[in-house]
Ligand binder design. Structure first.
Ligand code: NAP
Length: 212
């Protein structure tokens, strides 16, 4: 398979890239700096266009929209500046859409799959307060994935949305519940099971359906 992973230079994205490479797949990892094969800031339409040009004619079997930010972690109610909303949505929502849009011909050619890394914090059924920006952006990413699933079905492209667990990465912190290897192993199974029969699913890393 040819697999494209955004934010493949650290955390969950890097672990997924390592696992797929170890299985012999052709992985195009992206990063904001030159540490991955392809330089891509997902918020930048010009860089998205360059990626599309660079990968033109190469079918993509699996696109993993992993790049994300959690800029308002630990903020109090007096926090949440407007530019933090803009930056977070640019990455966690617009960035996902621009990436899918840029690689749509490649996904259509492969009848490929799209995996969007959202979070359990996206769910309306889980609303303990706080982290307003992150929660809202991940809810929007979930909504985007659900609607892309409807539109891309006709192209044979399945779209899944996932909670990777609370993972020991820079974002999750050292006290998080699971290791990056556990998360990556579970997600690989989830992505492998994604099909047109399950398109639009919202699942946890260990295979539980999550409430929208
Ligand atoms: N860790 C958790 O507990 C947890 C829980 C639920 C959901 N998630 C989601 O899982 C995904 C991966 O999380 P993680 O824990 O691996 O996070 P991480 O360790 O903070 O890594 C985030 C990755 O996203 C990249 N990134 C951020 N903004 C970007 C942009 N504008 N363009 C391109 N790449 C960008 C980062 O690149 P740089 O190195 O350039 O910053 C980095 O590679 C995220 O979408 C996150 O929201 C994580």
């Amino acid at each position: 398979m040819h697999i494209v992973i955004t934010g493949a230079n650290r955390g969950i994205g890097q672990a997924l890239a390592d696992r797929y490479r170890a299985q012999g797949h052709d992985v195009t990892g992206t990063a904001r700096d030159s540490s991955a094969q392809l330089v891509l800031d997902v918020t930048d339409p010009k860089q998205q266009a360059s990626m599309a040009e660079g990968l033109a004619g190469r079918p993509v079997d699996l696109l993993i929209c992993n790049a994300g930010v959690y800029l308002d972690k630990g903020h109090g109610i007096d926090g949440y500046p407007a530019d933090m909303w803009a930056q977070s949505f640019a990455t966690n929502v617009t960035g996902v859409f621009l990436t899918v849009q840029a690689l749509l011909p490649n996904l259509q050619a492969a009848k490929g799959r799209v995996a969007i890394l959202s979070s359990q914090m996206a769910s309306h059924t889980r609303a303990p307060g706080g982290s307003y920006i992150y929660r809202a952006s991940k809810a929007a990413a979930l909504n985007l994935g659900r609607n892309l699933a409807a539109d891309l079905r006709a192209d044979g492209v399945a779209v899944g949305i996932y909670h990777p667990g609370w993972v020991q990465t820079d974002m999750g912190g050292a006290q998080a519940e699971i290791t990056v290897d556990q998360a990556a192993g579970g997600l690989l199974d989830r992505f492998g099971a994604l099909s047109l029969a399950t398109t639009g699913c919202f699942e946890t890393w260990d295979g539980q359906p999550h409430a929208y």
